[in-house]
Design a binder for this molecule. Structure first.
Ligand SMILES: [Zn+2]
Ligand SMILES: [Zn+2]
Length: 261
C-alpha cells in the first residue's frame, strides 16, 4: 500500500500570490519547492482520498489518478475542502455511483450548508474520535486532535501490521492520542509555522512538532502542512539542514512524494 502526498502546504500555499519572501522566491525558482494545500492519497486495490484541497483537480492530474473510491475528510477548513466540488462531475458524469465519504458530524453539517448541491454525490458515513472503519483492507481509527471542533487525525493500520498516523492540522496533541500512537511506524504531522507560533492552541510550529515526534518515537516522521513563510520565512534548504541535526528519522514531505505504508 502506498501513501502519496498530493499537497503539503498550510492554508496560504507556497508560493503565495501576494508574497515575495525567501521561501516564496525559492518556490518560484524551483518547482520542486512549490507546495499545494494539504491532502494525501492512499492506494492499494482502491484509491482513498484524504481531504479535498482547492488544488485537488491539478493534484489528481499530476499524479495520474483517474478514480476515487472513498473519501475521508479531517475537517471542514477551506484549505482541506475547497476542492470538494472538483468531484461533482467525476461523480455525476463518469462514476455515476455515490462516493462513500467519511466525516464527523461537524464536517457534515458544514458540507450541508456550503456544498449543499453535492449532497447526492456522496454517501456520508459519520465518524468521530475512537471510531474505526475498514477501507480497502486498512483499518482507519479517528484520533482526537486540537483544532476546530469536529477535526480528526487518522491512524491507518495495514494488514501487514504497519501503523501510520496522518494528522495534518492540530495544536498540542491530547495525552490519549499520544498514548495510542506511541511507537508507530510512520508519523505524518502538521508543522505549520517556523519561528513564532501565532496560533498555538490549534497549530504546531516545526520545533513543537519535532518535540512531539521525539515523544512518540515513531520509526520515521514526515512534516507537512508547512506554511514556509509565516511567521519567519524559511527555505527548504534551511529546513532540511535543521532536521539533519536530529538523529531521528525526520523528513520534510513534498508534493508528489510517495511512501510505502
Ligand atoms: Zn489546514
Ligand atoms: Zn484547519
Amino acid at each position: 500500500m502506498y501513501l502519496t502526498f498530493l499537497g503539503t502546504a498550510a492554508g496560504c500555499g507556497v508560493p503565495s500570490f501576494y508574497c515575495n519572501c525567501a521561501a516564496c522566491l525559492e518556490a518560484q525558482a524551483d518547482p520542486r519547492c512549490q507546495r499545494s494545500r494539504c491532502s494525501v492519497l492512499i492506494q492499494g486495490q482502491k484509491n482513498t482520498l484524504i481531504d479535498t484541497p482547492p488544488e485537488l483537480r491539478l493534484q489528481l492530474i499530476r499524479e495520474k489518478v483517474d478514480h476515487i473510491d472513498h473519501l475521508l475528510l479531517t475537517h471542514w477548513h477551506y484549505d482541506h475542502t475547497g476542492g470538494l466540488g472538483d468531484l461533482e462531475f467525476y461523480q455525476r458524469v463518469h462514476r455515476r455511483e455515490v462516493i462513500p465519504a467519511y466525516m464527523t458530524e461537524d464536517t457534515h453539517s458544514w458540507m450541508k450548508s456550503s456544498f449543499w448541491f453535492l449532497e447526492d454525490c456522496f454517501y456520508t458515513k459519520p465518524i468521530a474520535p475512537g471510531f474505526h472503519v475498514t477501507i480497502d483492507g486498512i483499518k482507519y481509527t479517528a484520533l482526537k486532535v486540537e483544532h476546530t471542533p469536529g477535526t480528526i487525525g487518522l491512524l491507518l493500520e495495514t494488514e501487514n501490521g504497519r501503523r501510520t498516523v496522518y494528522i495534518p492540522d492540530t495544536g498540542p496533541l491530547p495525552g490519549s492520542t499520544i498514548e495510542l500512537i506511541h511507537g508507530i511506524d510512520t508519523f505524518i504531522i502538521g508543522a505549520t509555522f517556523w519561528g513564532r507560533n501565532w496560533m498555538p492552541e490549534d497549530h504546531l510550529s516545526i520545533s513543537e512538532a519535532v518535540e512531539i515526534a521525539k515523544q512518540i518515537e515513531a520509526k520515521q516522521t514526515y512534516f507537512t502542512h508547512l506554511s514556509m513563510h509565516h511567521d519567519t520565512p524559511v527555505t527548504n534548504q534551511e529546513l532540511e539542514a535543521y532536521l539533519a541535526n536530529f538523529e531521528n528519522h525526520f523528513h520534510l514531505a513534498y508534493d508528489g512524494l510517495r511512501i510505502e505504508i
